[in-house]
Design a protein around this ligand. Structure first.
Ligand SMILES: Nc1ncnc2c1ncn2[C@@H]1O[C@H](COP(=O)(O)OP(=O)(O)OP(=O)(O)O)[C@@H](O)[C@H]1O
Length: 240
């Protein structure tokens, strides 16, 4: 569902992403871990078509993002660190607005309200202005859009940073439900604990390269932390 072939991005003489080969199937969650500047957001922006690769290809459901950006984007839903809502609109009005922009066919009020409920937004909040929303509530509107769009691919860039543990757990449950509904999910995160819980596979990036790819199911929390720290220590050794 998501595939990259030798995907590379340079900014001047800085290589942000170096020859990434990645494949994520429908019904799979892949978490990308790595220090600040490792290339996680660059990877996501290349799949979104926000950046153009220097070389290599990013494919969404077999569609080359550079050749058919709109076709690729129709299948995607992107949730950034903070979902940007129009503060003067309610949660429902925001969802209706974004659903219209996304060209969603069935954007009837009853369906959109059902999507907000599925995403766990409290009924009392649905018709309240987004200015009053917590970060967790904003992220739920993003998930509601994914549900309404029946997005086959979710690209999540640190979607739970700054969320309290309960809101983070709720968000990861929603991600798991999208996965169980058949979505392919690529999530950049710094949260090793949640990554291990929600991911099927975990990739560790360092300086633009995918240096480890691990099956999450067979790893203890301690093994994942050790693998991560080893990857980071190798970087420190290289730099020193
Ligand atoms: N638009 C840009 N122009 C120049 N350099 C950039 C640009 N975007 C990213 N970079 C560089 O590319 C590298 C990878 O950045 P990226 O944002 O992908 O890292 P990241 O793993 O997402 O980090 P973080 O955890 O801080 O979000 C960094 O060295 C960064 O400075």
């Amino acid at each position: 569902m998501l595939k990259s072939d030798a995907l590379t991005k340079r900014f001047g003489d800085r290589t942000a992403l170096d020859g990434l080969d990645l494949e994520i199937q429908a019904g799979e969650v892949y978490c990308l871990l790595g220090a600040n500047g490792a290339g996680k957001s660059t990877t996501i922006k290349l799949f979104l078509g926000f950046l153009k690769p220097t070389s290599g290809r990013a494919l969404v459901d077999g569609i080359d993002v550079v050749l058919d950006p709109l076709g690729a984007r129709r299948r995607l839903l992107y949730i950034p660190e903070l979902v940007a809502l129009h503060d003067e609109l309610t949660g429902f009005e925001n969802l209706r607005y974004f659903a219209t922009l996304a060209g969603i066919e069935d954007a009837s009020p009853s369906r959109l309200r059902a999507c907000l409920a599925d995403a766990g937004l409290q009924a009392a909040a649905v018709d309240r202005r987004a200015a009053t929303y917590s970060k967790g509530m904003r992220q739920k509107v993003g998930v509601a859009l994914a549900i309404a769009k029946e997005a086959r691919v979710l690209l999540l860039d640190e979607p739970t940073s700054g969320l309290d543990p309960q809101a983070s757990a709720e968000f990861h449950d929603l991600v798991a439900r999208r996965r169980d509904a058949g979505a392919a999910v690529l999530m950049a995160t710094h949260d090793l604990f949640r990554a291990r819980q929600v991911a099927d596979r975990i990739g560790i990036m360092r300086a633009g390269r995918l240096v480890r790819s691990l099956e999450a199911g067979v790893l203890s929390a301690q093994q994942l932390e050790s693998a991560y720290l080893e990857a980071m220590a190798a970087e420190t050794a290289q730099v020193a």
